[in-house]
Design a protein around this ligand. Structure first.
Ligand SMILES: Nc1ncnc2c1ncn2[C@@H]1O[C@H](COP(=O)(O)OP(=O)(O)OP(=O)(O)O)[C@@H](O)[C@H]1O
Ligand SMILES: [Mg+2]
Length: 286
């Protein structure tokens, strides 16, 4: 029997509502050099390999380097978009395994110094390009600058990367404190990188978890660890994702497991589940 127009309308409305929305994940850290960009690159590649459409936004404005890490040579970057000479869709470059990358370029002004017109233009542009992907992975800079905390707090999920070094823990704690106090963030997923063993990784996580619970009253989620692995810098020198260049390397195996886990995260039924919300957070409307 043919459906009535109103039945068809409601079926269509349900289909639209049920359409998977873009998951927005920021990878961030307090201390620099703990491996964020490598995590983003390898997680992106492995998510693509399990069938996700992945877009990487290099939000390390001024020091963006994911294009270099992946051996990509962008003709245009976010700088051209901010200048108004190009659309965001013009600067997308294809990376390994079918991932798409929005390169940051270098020498960019800080995000907070963009004009209202630039912010609005970037907002609508990103909504447009991110609409057709499953995962938007954001590689932020390190530290507690507004640039970093905006991206980390606006994404649906923040993955805080730490290493066993004490300074990495104190800086991660400082970042979470800012996100907690100034942005009311209370959910953090923690990935330990550069760990010599599982034991060192869990001990590192527990130190941060204890401090976060005691002083910020929040519980952290342990995402696992990526081992300290000589193959990873070798892949970096060849400007390739380690998972592509050395698929059997210990770090590659860990990235594969991480991607399988991330691919299964349910899309949160929360206002933060749209990219539009991300940009509304980033760009306060006057
Ligand atoms: N698991 C690992 N094993 C060995 N070396 C690693 C590992 N992870 C990262 N590195 C090395 O650490 C260095 C820093 O990595 P990466 O650039 O990804 O850090 P980052 O957090 O993005 O830095 P920044 O804060 O400057 O953006 C790289 O030279 C890389 O080779
Ligand atoms: Mg980086």
């Amino acid at each position: 029997m043919q459906n009535s127009l109103s039945e068809q309308d409601s079926m269509m409305a349900t289909m639209v509502q049920e359409r998977p929305r873009t998951r927005v994940i920021a990878v961030t850290s307090g201390k620099g050099g703990v491996g964020k960009t490598n995590v983003v690159a390898n997680l992106a590649v492995e998510l693509a390999r399990v069938g996700k459409r992945v877009l990487v936004l290099d939000a390390d404005l001024g020091l963006g380097n994911i294009d270099v890490l992946l051996g990509l040579v962008p003709r245009y970057t976010l700088e051209h978009v901010l200048c108004g000479s190009h659309r965001l869709s013009d600067i997308i470059i294809q990376g390994p395994a079918g991932i798409q990358v929005l390169p940051a370029g270098s020498g960019l002004p800080q995000f907070t110094s963009m004009t209202d017109a630039q912010q609005l233009m970037l907002q609508s542009e990103l909504e447009h390009v991110a609409d057709s992907v499953d995962v938007l992975l954001i590689d932020t800079g390190a530290g507690v600058s507004p640039n970093v905390t905006y991206f980390a707090s606006a994404a649906q999920e923040a993955i805080v990367v730490i290493s066993p070094e004490p300074t990495s823990l104190t800086d991660a704690y400082a970042l979470m404190k800012v996100l907690c106090r100034q942005h009311r963030e209370r959910r953090f997923k923690v990935l330990v990188n550069l760990a010599k063993s599982q034991r060192e990784a869990t001990q590192t996580f527990h130190k941060l978890d204890i401090a976060a619970e005691r002083f910020l009253n929040i519980g952290l989620e342990y995402l696992g660890f990526i081992p300290l692995d000589d193959y990873l810098p070798m892949a970096v020198i060849e400007q390739k994702a380690v998972t592509e260049r050395f698929p059997c390397a210990p770090s590659s195996r860990a990235f594969v497991e991480l991607a399988k886990h991330v691919a299964e995260w349910p899309v949160p039924q929360h206002p933060k589940s749209t990219v539009q919300f991300l940009w509304q957070q980033l760009i306060p409307m006057s």
